[in-house]
Design a protein around this ligand. Sequence first.
Ligand code: ADP
Ligand code: MG
Length: 352
Amino acid sequence: MPDTSRTELSSLGEFGLIDRITAAVELVNPSSVQGIGDDAAVIDPASGAGGQSLVQVVTTDMLVEGVHFDLSYVPLKHLGYKAMIVNFSDVYAMNAVPKQVTVAIAISNRFSLEAVDELYAGMLAACQAYGVDLVGGDTTSSTSGLVLSITAIGTAKKEDIVYRHGAKEGDLLVVSGDLGGAFMGLQVLEREKTVFKQDPNVQPDLVGFDYILERQLKPEARKDVIAMFTEMKLKPTAMIDISDGLASDVLHIARRSELGVKIYEDKLPMDPVTISTAHDFNLDPTTCALNGGEDYELLFTIAQSDYDKVKGSPHFTVVGHMTDAASGYQLVDRQGGQHELKAQGWDALLKK
Ligand code: ADP
Ligand code: MG
């Protein structure tokens, strides 16, 4: 996109920028008593809760340019959207519903006002889609690049909260949606970036990759799954969202629950485009599903007596079960061979 107009952030200053952000924000939740504009936001979790007593959950995620995202192929609007989704997903993973967010940004003068507008347009689109209010934040300058720190606040009935540590031996391990798509989308984007660097006249070849590109660039959080749990009267015994990859995230449930786990290669849910693209890249689809990350699906355990509730659902796949701690962490391959399951997912501190 050609940069037709560029307004320097310095021409507005911090308060001018905050005013502009404030003007774009509309609060929808009765629990958001005071949003942007005072020293702190005011939240009344009981407001609009119909007399129910609720607890709050709080989660923060920080995204650093060059570490978590690459603006050469991630549009700022998508970055804003995804940054919100990542946080909402963490709230849903507690079986809670996100209601408020705060956003802290550090931004260099490389970015124009138009760029910040795009970023906030993406963030506010996600807020609107998920019914979440932007109630505050902080704005500062950075000497290089962009840093985004988002805090999401959600509510749930105390007895509905699902932790990583609640799984029991024999519980079924269930995953929503499909796996590995976001990782394969990233591979396609990285490949096209390399091609473009070699010859800027070559147009990116992204045809046929829509599904996995969307999984990478515009992921969604499983708000619908949390609603289904209420409808089905299903309370998982443990839950986590899949951000680092199934292998890594299932180990969190196993370790926190002091159990072993067994998952089956032939049960891993994958989209056909993910599988064919993995083959194109000479990657093993199973490895992509296990270690890819950024799927933002929910991984949860249920009592065997609840199996009928998920059986036959297009949204859920039983991929294994919890075992005793002594049995360890096992992956059973298509031939029935057993392998130790290891976390090789994305780790911000280990990457290069
Ligand atoms: P303080 O000096 O008390 O921290 P600020 O001037 O930083 O106040 O912020 C004023 C108001 O604007 C506060 O309500 C704050 O939460 C909000 N705010 C500041 N920066 C942002 C931002 N980037 N996004 C959303 N709200 C913001
Ligand atoms: Mg401040």
